[in-house]
Design a protein around this ligand. Structure first.
Ligand code: GCW
Length: 683
């Protein structure tokens, strides 16, 4: 590591099971890319830490060594004998194989890829096997990433603040400059590359005045330096750009995408950027959203808007990641016909087929905004001729802000496994965003990241699991929650079985526990306006944001049916539409998202809505109490520092969960006048 920050899952402790493999004391390298050199450095470092001795790096052009780790990047100069050891034809550009190969009278381990990136990913995989003691004879691993784009979006501002950041300040920026000490950036690159991330947008999608200048000569040399660090780890750097740049930077009087001066300005800009960063990834754009400028100002569509940028980037292979988070944020709460949930689909679906090949639409997982529970965005699968990717939120804006434990892998799994029925049964979101349903030129998964300059990166130490889990799912969305959790725990906390059992159960339950003491049955929000932390049932009820629960003395929920509601359900393919349209078939956990029902409505669970609210809120707090008890039991089994840190957060979580419970229960008791069947305290 380059910094003294927490190594997270790249924790290489002395490992007895490796000592039995003294034969792996040598590493040979074929290939000279920057990424294979990083792979070598990582392997040398990891093996040194785990075995206590520095492995030798051997020159072995003709493959005569035995009992070595061979890092091999395919190229024309690769000797025939080594060429035959790996099935290169089965590998994608970023894939790899790890194989045990009997050779020269011994057994070597081959880590091979078509690119340096592939070898790097394979090396991190090999290191995982070493860390967890799973390195054994007869390895036959072949991995290709399912998603082409595996991206992190930072919402970092150049003053060092992070929008919706809960783990300190930016690792990139400080006082409107780039940070000079790049140690954290290097360790960051190692961390995210180790789980396969290949693109990072370093600045907030809300591009303010200073950040607008990231694409100017004032900052491009700095951007290029970070891109250089990223490059060594196979990461392409992206920038969020201000749609009004031609006005703010170029002195033009318009940013109209069809204006020839605007087009020429962006083309020149692209040439300038690529002059500094030949492998620049491209732009991330939030346009016409929450007061950000965009093509609507000029009566142009989002296809016009994004295509213009795409045209500028195309000669260099760059892409435009265009966000679909476009909705009316100046709604009148009295207006019951406008439904924010409809917005992304209504805006973008009609434009299908009009986007250039190097534009990819980035769609939030749900139709609203990263709530603890919402349905899957109906836009997934609805645009066969337009590249799509999914946007998730690792930073816990609405899920406890890294004070509460909320492991999001189960939530993301539900989204990825959701069957859209776009091409009949079996058209899950994961296939669409992987480009397997429609032949997308670009697609994948992005997430708003949860790291800052806190010593443990994520504020809550256990929130590291979300970062790890996202990367692993972006690599392979078919990995099970259990498999990801098990990997993370063993890498991060070692092999103690009790530690594993406790952590596994806490992580597995945490999302549902958080859900149960916060907003019920898919309705969302109920948070304090602005910072979005803590209970405030009516916080967003009479506001402009389109975020309502419509609770009255009889019932609550939003009627989004076709029959007599906002018609949102019609945005789904028929199988899902029908399921959501009727309260009989709508799943309990989403009932209030789709329907306005009386408090006395009986759920599939057999409980009434009001009793469910009371029960779940009491149970949620009990869930947190149980976390504390279990975590207490790990004292002495994990290092005191991390144990204490997590305990401190759990205690905050408990206090705040009680607040949530009492505020929500009291609110609905007063609205409904219906007593808790179990007579528990409600105020
Ligand atoms: O969730 C909302 C956040 C905003 C954010 C916006 C977005 C970056 O509250 O802080 O802005 O979404 O996704 O653009």
């Amino acid at each position: 590591p380059y910094s003294d920050a927490d190594p997270c899952w790249l924790r290489y402790t002395k490992n007895e099971s490796l000592e039995g493999i003294p034969r792996l004391a040598k590493i040979t390298v074929h290939g000279s890319s920057e990424q294979i050199r990083s792979a070598l450095a990582e392997l040398v470092y990891g093996m040194t830490e785990m075995t206590g001795s520095v492995p030798e790096t051997a020159e072995d052009p003709n493959g005569l060594e035995a009992n070595v780790v061979r890092l091999v990047q395919f190229d024309e100069a690769l000797p025939e004998r080594l060429r035959e050891l790996a099935p290169f034809h089965d590998l994608h550009e970023e894939g790899y194989v790890i194989r045990s190969v009997p050779e020269n009278g011994g057994e070597s381990i081959l880590v091979a890829g078509k690119s340096g990136k592939g070898v790097l990913y394979g090396t991190f995989h090999l290191l995982r096997l070493m860390q967890t003691g799973d390195l054994r004879s007869g390895l036959q691993i072949l991995e290709n990433p399912r998603n082409g784009l595996r991206m992190m979006n930072h919402w970092d501002n150049m003053d060092g603040s992070i929008e919706r950041g809960y783990a300190g300040q930016s690792i990139f920026f400080k006082d409107n400059e780039f940070v000079r000490d790049q140690a954290r950036i290097r360790d960051y690159a190692r961390l995210v590359a180790s789980v396969g991330i290949n693109g990072v947008a370093i600045n907030n999608v809300n591009v303010h005045k200073t950040e607008t200048q990231l694409i100017t000569s004032r900052f491009l040399p700095d951007v290029a330096e970070v891109a250089g660090i990223f490059r060594r780890y196979g990461i392409a750097l992206f920038l969020s750009v201000n749609y009004a740049s031609p006005i703010e930077l170029g002195g033009l009087d318009t940013a109209d995408p069809l204006d020839s001066r605007v087009r020429a300005w962006w083309k020149e800009k692209a040439a300038e950027i690529y002059g500094h960063i030949p492998d620049f990834g491209g732009f991330v754009v939030k346009a016409d959203s929450e007061h950000r400028p965009g093509p609507f100002t000029y009566n142009r569509t989002h296809a016009d808007g994004s295509n213009m940028l795409a045209e500028a980037l195309a000669p260099y292979g760059g892409i435009v990641v265009w966000r679909c988070f476009v909705y009316n944020c100046l709604q009148d709460w009295r207006d019951r016909t406008t439904d924010r949930a409809r917005a992304a689909y209504d805006h973008f679906k009609p434009l299908d087929g009009q986007f250039k090949q190097n534009v990819v639409l980035q769609i939030k997982n749900g139709p609203m905004d990263f709530q603890v529970r919402e349905p899957v965005s109906p836009l997934f699968g609805a645009m066969p001729e337009t590249n799509q990717m999914a946007e998730f939120q690792i930073t816990q804006e609405y899920t406890g802000q890294q004070k509460h434990l909320c492991y999001l892998v189960p939530q993301w799994k539900e989204v990825l496994d959701f069957d859209t029925f776009a091409r009949g049964k079996g058209t899950e979101v994961k296939k669409i965003v992987a480009g397997e349903t429609y032949p997308y030129a670009h697609s994948g998964m992005a997430a708003v990241i949860n790291v800052g300059d806190d010593p443990n990166w994520t504020g809550h130490t256990l929130a590291q699991a979300n970062l790890y889990g996202f990367g692993r799912l972006a690599w392979n969305p078919d990995l099970s929650e259990e498999a990801i959790t098990a990997e993370w725990i063993r890498l991060t906390f070692g092999k103690d079985e009790k530690v594993y059992q406790v952590l596994r159960s806490m992580l597995a339950e945490s999302w549902r526990v958080y859900e149960s003491y916060t907003s019920p049955l898919g309705i969302g929000w109920m948070v304090n306006p602005g910072h979005h932390y803590g209970p405030n049932v009516d916080g967003y009820e009479y506001s402009v944001w389109g975020t309502y629960h419509y609770a009255d003395c009889r019932g609550m929920g939003v009627n989004r049916t076709v029959k007599d509601g906002t018609g949102y359900t019609a945005q789904y393919y028929p199988e899902n539409m029908e399921r959501y349209e009727s309260p009989e078939t709508c799943p309990d956990e989403l009932l209030l998202f789709f329907h306005h029902v009386p408090y006395t409505h009986t759920l599939h669970s057999g409980k009434t809505v009001i009793q469910h609210i009371y029960d779940s809120h009491f149970e949620g707090v009990e869930g947190v109490e149980a976390f504390i008890e279990r975590w207490q039991g790990l004292e002495g089994r994990i290092d005191a520092k991390r144990h204490a840190q997590v305990m401190e957060r759990l205690r905050i979580q408990l206090a705040h969960a009680r607040e949530w419970r009492d505020v929500v229960n009291t609110y609905f008791f007063r609205k409904s006048g219906i007593e808790d069947r179990h007579g528990r305290p409600i105020y």
